[in-house]
Design a binder for this molecule. Structure first.
Ligand code: FES
Length: 154
């Protein structure tokens, strides 16, 4: 229906009170959204990190690929470790980081010892210090063999 041209159109009045109300609602909305965002950031910061099984379990290869007595260095970030096959079924995992000044150890299969190239510290396959300056034994890690594959929990 067309609007007759002789009738005036009345728009709603907008005065300073309407603008003030609009700016108040706008600023409250902005502050509420900012508060939610800040709370989400703080919550994410305070939340404990999840320890996922898959991230902490490292494959060390197939058991059949290790000879009895053989040890291999597995480079896993800041926690490199040795996997040593003791016999037909038993495997162990020991830290490869010397407890003295954190040099990376070498493995001597003939003596079944871990040897530090820095100050000649020596460890047995239980992680015990045999000689040298290391102040503590080596940490060991749980090992499981599933479907012929070696998994180490670090
Ligand atoms: S760093 Fe290994 S014995 Fe000193």
């Amino acid at each position: 229906m067309p609007i007759p041209e002789d009738r005036p159109i009345h728009l709603p009045a907008s005065g300073p009170a309407d603008r003030r109300r609009f700016l108040t609602v706008l600023s409250q909305t902005f502050l509420a959204l900012w508060g939610l965002g800040a709370a989400a950031v703080v919550g994410a910061y305070l939340k404990a990190p999840e320890k996922r099984e898959a991230e902490r379990t490292v494959s060390a290869g197939l058991l059949a690929d290790y000879r009895v007595g053989e040890g291999r260095l597995v480079r896993h970030g800041v926690t490199p470790f040795y996997v040593v096959r003791l016999d037909a079924t038993r495997v162990l995992a020991l830290s490869a980081v010397c407890t003295h000044v954190r040099c990376i150890l070498g493995y001597e299969p003939a003596r079944r010892t871990l040897v530090c190239p820095c100050h000649d510290g020596r460890f047995d396959l239980s992680g015990n210090v045999l000689s040298g300056p290391p102040p503590r034994p080596l940490p060991s890690y749980p090992v499981s063999v599933r479907a012929g594959e070696i998994f180490v929990q670090v």
